[in-house]
Ligand binder design. Sequence first.
Ligand SMILES: Nc1ncnc2c1ncn2[C@@H]1O[C@H](COP(=O)(O)OP(=O)(O)OP(=O)(O)O)[C@@H](O)[C@H]1O
Length: 227
Amino acid sequence: MSDDPLLDVRDLVVRYGPVTAVDGVSFSLAAGETLALNGPSGCGKSSTALAVLQLRRPDAGRVRFEGRELTSLPERELRSLRPRMQPVFQDPYGTLSPRHRIRDAIAEPLRVQGRWHPTDGPDRVAGLLDRVGLDPAYGDRRPHELSGGQCQRAGIARALASDPRLLVLDEPVSSLDPSVRAGVLNLLAGLQDDLGLGYLFICHDRAVVRHFADRVIEMREGRVTSP
Ligand SMILES: Nc1ncnc2c1ncn2[C@@H]1O[C@H](COP(=O)(O)OP(=O)(O)OP(=O)(O)O)[C@@H](O)[C@H]1O
């Protein structure tokens, strides 16, 4: 294995028509590390996240993930890499389909990736629920039958089903009640310790960032202002 960082972003640019949302952002992230993007609303944090995930193709710059340059890869080749870089968004109810039971939402990535086996699939789903601190019986419920914190845990379980190396966490606790935020952050910290995941952690709350991240990048008006 090379000494390549897990993720290396160089001179990233994202434009929406005349608006330059991300204007030459560079950073790298090692496996097992949490790098936070911090800054005021509208500074380009989410646009950076979407471009890293190639959910929105950047207008310029490079995104290297596990040593592979993503920006020049056709969608067909990206598809096989996508499971390894998973997003977790702010609104857990928006991530999980309201019509599907939690266990089906978690099983879906396994099915789509051809890794679902009827013999051990249900146990894997139960194991993932247990891993995020949810009683496997919650698998029978639909998202609206869970609290915000429980639903975010289910969203994290769904992300883990893909065996990712990188989680892009876009304000993962911002919509949660303050009393349950620490529990979800502790869960993420434990998963990182156990699985060696890299976290790109987007958060506008400086106190949370200081507590949770190994390193912090400050953004303003699409640019990195520090370090
Ligand atoms: N789909 C879009 N179309 C047009 N402009 C957009 C779009 N998405 C974001 N922008 C603009 O790009 C800039 C950066 O937005 P972005 O959401 O990336 O910032 P942010 O730091 O994540 O903000 P927030 O914390 O409020 O989500 C803002 O000026 C925003 O209005």
